[in-house]
Design a protein around this ligand. Sequence first.
Ligand SMILES: C[S@@+](CC[C@H](N)C(=O)[O-])C[C@H]1O[C@@H](n2cnc3c(N)ncnc32)[C@H](O)[C@@H]1O
Length: 218
Amino acid sequence: MICRAILLLIFLIADSQGIDSRRLEILRGRKNVEDGKVSWDKKFSSEQYIFGKDPADSLTKYAELLPEKRLKVLDLAMSEGRNTVFMAKKGHDVTGIDISSVAIKKANALAKENNVSFKAILSDLMKYEFKENEFDVVLCYYFLERKLIKKIKKWVKPGGYIIFENFTVNDPIESRKNKDYLLQENELISLFRNERIIYFQEMFHTNRKISSIVVQKK
Ligand SMILES: C[S@@+](CC[C@H](N)C(=O)[O-])C[C@H]1O[C@@H](n2cnc3c(N)ncnc32)[C@H](O)[C@@H]1O
């Protein structure tokens, strides 16, 4: 009770002193997007590519399911660009978005190393708006925000493809952390039940429990 009263007093003083909202967030102990960005920047700060330079194994297979022409591809939360660069090397017109400037720098370096280019957007993708029906393909690897699904469906053209992959609640490592960011079994099927499901798998891959799906927007 006394603690709450003291905190309330701090907020009142902070407000009256014009302390900015970020510092207030810190006083309240809440993690905000800015904190997320800082911690991702820190994670990517080593020279090593923490997710590797090679694309996700599933993407090498799923890319073969796509039409054989130059496609407009969006890679959400592209990180250090392993999948972004892979799709650019396939000849596609690729855009990647991420909140971490450090990750984007590494993605650009990887593109240069492979003599390809892509468009990089540094932004919080939860706030960013692409045009409706803008992309032939949207990739979302290991970034699970369920409220983004509706937007992803909007951003892809009718007849276009969404490729989504994430760890599930049964993953031996991730399940020790926050389960909100893990898929339930078969959840991808229900999240995309109104689209045409081209491929779905839920499996142990290199001892990790992963779920992935390829759907075509109706
Ligand atoms: C697990 S990594 C994604 C891995 C990447 N898709 C891959 O397969 O190599 C998560 C990424 O999401 C980015 N991220 C986190 N929150 C974000 C946000 N609100 N907007 C955009 N990117 C975000 C992080 O910077 C990080 O690069």
